[in-house]
Design a binder for this molecule. Sequence first.
Ligand SMILES: Cc1cc2nc3c(=O)[nH]c(=O)nc-3n(C[C@H](O)[C@H](O)[C@H](O)COP(=O)(O)OP(=O)(O)OC[C@H]3O[C@@H](n4cnc5c(N)ncnc54)[C@H](O)[C@@H]3O)c2cc1C
Length: 443
Amino acid sequence: MDKETFTSWSRAYASRSWRFEPVSQKDVLTLFEACDEYGVIPRGLGNSYGDQALNTGGGIVSLQSFVNEKELVVSDQGCISVTGGTSYEMLLSACIRQGWIVPVVPGSKSITIGGAIAADAHGKNHFHQSSISSCLIEMDVLIANGKVVKCSRSHESELFWATVGGLGLTGLILRASIQLGKNYSNNFNVQSGKYSNFEQLFEQFKETTVNHPYSVAWLDLVSKKNAGRGVIQSASPILESSETFSYKASKHITIPKVLPFNVVNKVNGGVYNAIRFNSHPSGIKRRQVPIPDFLHPLDRVKNWNNLYGKKGFFQWQIVVPETEELLLNEIIKRLNNLPLLPTLAVLKRLGSESDSYLSFCKPGWTLAIDFPFTNISCRNQLNDFDRELAKAGGRIYLAKDGGVNPEFLNEMYPRLREWKQIRKKFDPDNVWQSDLSRRLHLA
Ligand SMILES: Cc1cc2nc3c(=O)[nH]c(=O)nc-3n(C[C@H](O)[C@H](O)[C@H](O)COP(=O)(O)OP(=O)(O)OC[C@H]3O[C@@H](n4cnc5c(N)ncnc54)[C@H](O)[C@@H]3O)c2cc1C
């Protein structure tokens, strides 16, 4: 089989791998015949920022041929069963039209359910709703011995919880059943306000996150004088409405193709952040916003990742435990002194942890920052923060990572050893592998 080049969403990472795209259940089972020492990794829509869905020298398996919009029918009890390759765009569109909503939605519609489960993904409502596993009923997982295992909280629960957040390294999620929530409108009630320094913003954010189901803060970390100033946006569902249900996002613009150079530099990074801050009016702004626009604001600029040119960018997403506010404050202030450009920064509040062995989310504050990828060692500039985070009980989000030092992992993920044992039980010969699993010694 000829190998082809696969890239990460950030374009900073790539691999040459062979592609396997089964078209029938029987076909899926022939997957392992093609595996060599580099194994195979499931791939959804390839929208992870790092090397999670890359497998240099080995195989990549995709379920895109199984996706079928017609099967997306919600039961009377609000349950839906979907193939692992179904995108959020397709799922949300079908659910909203039938009067339901997926309770946990990550920040892009171009993410598959399999990819979201493999990350135990969270949305802007994690503080109230927890992660995707909170609404996951059961899964069919193809494991390394070629068997398909049905697993849930009460049946094969080890496999269930090792697969949730397991980054594709326990098996291929063929199907998942999800419990949906009732939805009444095509819009959310959204309010937003801007705060001219981080202290003010953070105090307000604590209150907003308690009082609104969905909240997110955009931070300007480029400003030298007021690093951490920003805009808080929160949303609540509209409970009474008689309109016909439809899923309609506002029009998007498209960034043409991979630009040969990075247009995100210090000057226009600063200008972008300043415009974003200054263009928000003072006081609280209230309006009704189409649900997809609130959940996926970045999707309104299609292929925005191309702005970073051929070298791409990387994202550093951390969680700082609830009791470590000072550390969060420190990080925001000290980032300014590094030779890195924090072009886009987003803060969310996290609530309860799931039972997944590799759950990223725990009660606290999650900060996600995009930096242009300047050279091979640029990610090392954040090592000192990683060390301090690990000591304080914080974590790096492995589903987005491209360069954490594996020495911090046991501290960040106290159940990592247990997860490795379960993984070994279901995959003794390391069939499931990725660039990430080799880099972090997970398989
Ligand atoms: C713009 C943007 C915003 C984002 N916002 C959020 C957010 O708000 N919250 C959040 O939690 N995450 C967020 N993410 C990260 C995203 O949820 C994860 O990276 C997710 O895993 C990507 O899914 P994918 O379908 O693109 O999978 P891929 O990138 O193709 O794969 C990601 C991982 O999932 C595994 N995987 C994929 N499909 C399967 C399957 N069927 N069975 C088993 N394993 C599988 C792969 O092996 C790999 O380890 C965001 C990403 C982007 C690009």
